[in-house]
Design a protein around this ligand. Structure first.
Ligand SMILES: O=C(O)CCC(=O)C(=O)O
Length: 214
């Protein structure tokens, strides 16, 4: 399925599209955030980043990264077994969202922020297919902006097959679209390399919860 991976074609002057087969695709803009040092500094100060725990086999286990969830009113999000209330957008994050929505043509209403403090922080294998993202996983478009240290972003076909490693660098934008969430899982593995902090922002479109305000 991934034999086409080197056949990259430019869809617009900025977006590099990678066809993963069977309707799954990635779009990347390298260096989408040019003023990344300023943006990352402000985000680290202003985001609602928190250490979280999840319950595994009945015991609380620390999540290996800091997490924040910012969203429009009513956009609650349940993941890792926890409900996340929408927290308002700090100005720097709101400005980044505007830039992203203009570039992608998608009106993102929420963002999950993951702060990897060093190489021992990670994200486990999963797909972004929670019910809040809509009834049709093939319509889900996730836009991910990476800031700080370069880390490996790994995709694996759910049905087995070769994995695809992308090295996401500072300021890069990655959009996952089409059937990607149905056919693939993704992760950010731990690394023994000495790496500095990394902030990743995954912008999403979340359905408003009934009675939760719009
Ligand atoms: O940090 C990343 O690049 C991936 C984050 C991610 O998989 C997620 O937020 O669902």
């Amino acid at each position: 399925m991934l034999g086409v991976i080197d056949l990259r074609t430019r869809q617009t002057p900025d977006f590099i599209r990678t066809d993963l087969g069977d309707g799954a695709f990635l779009e990347e803009v390298l260096g989408f955030v040019e003023d990344h040092e300023v943006v990352m500094g402000e985000l680290c100060r202003e985001l609602d980043l928190k250490a979280e725990t999840i319950v595994l086999f009945g015991r609380p286990v620390p999540v290996p990264r800091l997490v924040a969830y910012h969203a429009d009113p009513g956009r609650h999000y349940r993941y890792s077994g926890r409900d996340h209330e929408p927290v308002t957008w700090p100005p720097v994050l709101a400005a980044l969202r505007e830039r992203l929505c203009e570039a992608t043509g998608t009106r993102y209403d929420s963002v999950l922020c993951n702060h990897y403090r060093d190489g021992s922080d990670s994200m486990g294998r999963h797909a972004d297919d929670e019910p809040e993202l809509g009834p049709h996983p093939d319509d889900v478009r996730i836009a991910s902006i990476s800031l700080g240290a370069r880390r490996t972003f790994r995709l694996r076909p759910r049905g087995g097959g070769p994995r695809l490693d992308l090295e996401l660098g500072c300021g890069d934008l990655l959009v996952m679209g089409g059937t990607t969430q149905r056919l693939f899982v993704h992760e950010v593995p731990r690394t023994r390399r000495v790496v500095g902090p990394r902030l990743n922002l995954t912008f999403r479109c979340v359905a408003p919860r009934a009675g939760g305000g719009a």
